[in-house]
Design a protein around this ligand. Structure first.
Ligand code: CTP
Length: 390
């Protein structure tokens, strides 16, 4: 595959060299565009030596030789590694004041960005708004990692390590058994507001749902992950839509259709407050606590299973049970009219834990899978989904 690597200004730019080495070892062709900021941290000569290609760093020189349009058309994927706060802001606003930004605006190739910056810059609302705009346009975001920075500080903002970046790129370019298929996955809890500062939630970490989204993408699927508030990083190669409430989750899932399959792994809150207060509820001395008047939330799994002509061919639900796990799951599958149910016993440390012991309930019967890492459950389930969609 052809990968155009855009190296922008960050002390982590040296990792772009190692990433190039890994990609070329896998047989990919890599060409590099170096921004003025990037050139402060790695040299054009080093990039040329490691890509084995001429490095482009000047808009007007590039126009004379190859042109930014031809550069934009050349790759299967543009990887911005590292992506500085400045370059991400320019991308979000469509600025074109150098070669990298012109290429990024002119391309129709998939674009992956790997942010690298100080944690305060990453957390800044301006950066977060830029990232939301880029994600909404289908830009794939890899990382950043959480960890020590060049300055004596630690937090989210570290560039992902080259092997993980290579995997993220591989997932985007994957040509596996699910290539050309679209899968919608729900993950995490939902938050149902009580008032502007309080909400109803549950213990779901999003680990299992995010792992499933990543495993499907690794098999080549286009994946839309609709996620409640979680601390999980975005799985490589996956489009992530962030929501808070069950009603928002349903709207995002319906907006993502058509899909070949849907996997509902989210722990959706069954109830919301009938009417969330506009102002923070106050304690009034001598008065009883305010009653929580609850209303039933929509059932996303049941709605997708009954979506008529836009129903995904395969709808997979989860069953979180604390007793009679398999019997309850069999009943749930019939009630929700989904094709498969992955049943798990959540009475132990499953919610938030690293492992899961599940039973797969299909019309052919019940399979008991041994206890294994959630990533392994995800890989097995993704492989089964690939088989079923063949
Ligand atoms: N689910 C959903 N929307 C809801 C509730 C649940 O999409 N409002 C989905 C979950 O994502 C899961 C399946 O339905 O795939 C079963 O969820 P679970 O919590 O086990 O069951 P409930 O339907 O909530 O039933 P109960 O709480 O009575 O066991």
């Amino acid at each position: 595959m052809r990968i155009l690597l855009i190296v922008s200004g960050s002390v982590a730019a040296y990792k772009a060299l190692e990433l190039t080495r890994l990609l070329r070892r896998d047989g990919d062709e890599v060409m590099a565009v170096l921004t003025a900021g990037g050139a402060r941290f790695v040299t054009k000569e080093a990039l040329a030596a490691i890509t084995g290609q001429r490095v482009h760093d000047d808009l007007w020189a590039a126009e004379a030789e190859i042109g930014h349009i031809r550069l934009a058309r050349w790759p299967d994927l543009i990887a911005v590694v590292p992506a500085s706060a400045d370059l991400l802001a320019k991308m979000a606003h469509g600025l074109t004041d150098d070669l990298a930004t012109c290429v990024l605006l002119a391309t129709r190739a998939k674009v992956l960005v790997a942010p690298a910056m100080n944690p305060a810059m990453w957390a800044h609302p301006a950066t977060q708004a830029n990232m939301a705009a880029l994600r909404a346009r289908g830009v794939i975001v890899a990382g950043p990692d959480d960890g020590p920075m060049a300055e004596p500080e630690s937090g989210p903002g570290r560039l992902m390590e080259p092997p993980a970046l290579r995997d993220a790129i591989r997932a985007v370019l994957a040509d596996g058994p699910l290539a050309g298929k679209h899968v919608v996955v729900t993950s995490g809890p939902t938050h149902e507001p009580i008032d502007p500062v309080r909400y109803i939630a549950n213990r779901s970490s999003g680990k299992q749902g995010h792992a499933i989204a990543g495993a499907l993408a690794a098999l080549g699927a286009k994946v839309t992950l609709v996620s409640g508030p979680v601390a999980q990083p975005d799985p490589p190669g996956v489009r992530v839509v962030r929501i808070e409430s069950a009603r928002d989750m349903l709207a995002a899932c319906e907006a993502a259709l058509p899909a070949d399959a849907a996997v509902c792994a989210a722990a959706v809150a069954d109830w919301r407050t009938a009417r969330a207060a506009d102002q923070k509820l106050k304690k009034v001395p001598g008065e009883a606590p305010p009653p929580l008047d609850l209303a039933l939330n929509p059932d996303i799994l049941a709605t997708l299973s009954a979506a008529g002509p836009s129903r995904p061919r395969l709808v997979v639900g989860f069953a979180a049970e604390t007793e009679n796990v398999v019997a309850n799951a069999v009943t749930k599958r019939a009630k929700k009219r989904c094709d498969w149910i992955v049943a798990n016993d959540v009475s132990g440390d499953v919610m938030g834990g690293a492992e899961n012991a599940v039973h797969l309930v299909t019309d052919a019967g019940v399979e008991d899978w041994p206890r294994m890492a959630k990533e392994e459950v995800a890989r097995r389930l993704a492989a089964r989904i690939a088989e079923a969609l063949q």
